[in-house]
Design a protein around this ligand. Sequence first.
Ligand code: URA
Length: 297
Amino acid sequence: MVPSENNSFPSSQSASDDNMRSALPINDARQMLDALCWQVEMGADEAIMDTPDLGSDKGITDNGAEQAANAQANTPTDTNLPNQGVTDGPAKGGSEATKIEALDVSRCQTLVELRQAAASYDGSDLKRTATQIVFADGDPASDIMFIGEAPGADEDRQGKPFVGVSGQLLNRMLLSIGLHRDQIYITNMILWRPPGNRTPTAQETAQFMPILRRHIQLVAPKILVCLGGAAAKALLATDMGILKLRGQWHDFDAGEGHILPVMPTLHPAYLLRSPQQKALAWKDFRQIAKKIEEIQS
Ligand code: URA
């Protein structure tokens, strides 16, 4: 997810103090709640195992805090790396490329088949911590396909993209150009919620890219809209930031000679935190409205 600028992370001093505190036996309810809140703040908001693993260095220790801080700072650690899937580069901390099996979605001929293939794909650790797959919403016959970053907590619970506060803002943005949410198709780059809403790693993005590409081919929209930098960078295979990419049409090669216009725009979650930027998003949405008029005339 797009990290909140309001996130305040404890300093390393206070993090280690808190670690010491959570290593002591906790026997009052207030302390227990305090410790739990601290873990949630650090991104440890999912129970992965039935029992706590306090003995290993992957438990809630200094190392755990470091992993959580890295995840929040969008710096993947080895424990974020999936144990199978598609990789396109060396694993962090080693020069050897990790060759892990790709999910072959080229044979999926329908969205139902693609959804089934994605749902049964075990190559991403995200599946272990998420509640369910968040595949897509809206009209699969629409000419306009929106692509977000990854599901958040509300989406994870409901199994649909953009149903939380960002989704509510997106609905209003769509209405501002005369579109109801049912008239577009919407998905995310990543189909399972990253724990603690951390930004997906480069490897996770690479892993889900073949699914997204096939998704686009099967929906066959006439316009793509990327919500936020993560989706835009992945789709356009660039390192450029969203503030540079937005506001202009780019090309996405969907294969078999289909080049689709892509408008990267600001993510609604970012706009909720930086409302002064809504004017930029409004400009982008005007361009989207103009393009819709063109393709429909
Ligand atoms: N943010 C996203 O990028 N996708 C969602 O589905 C919800 C919030």
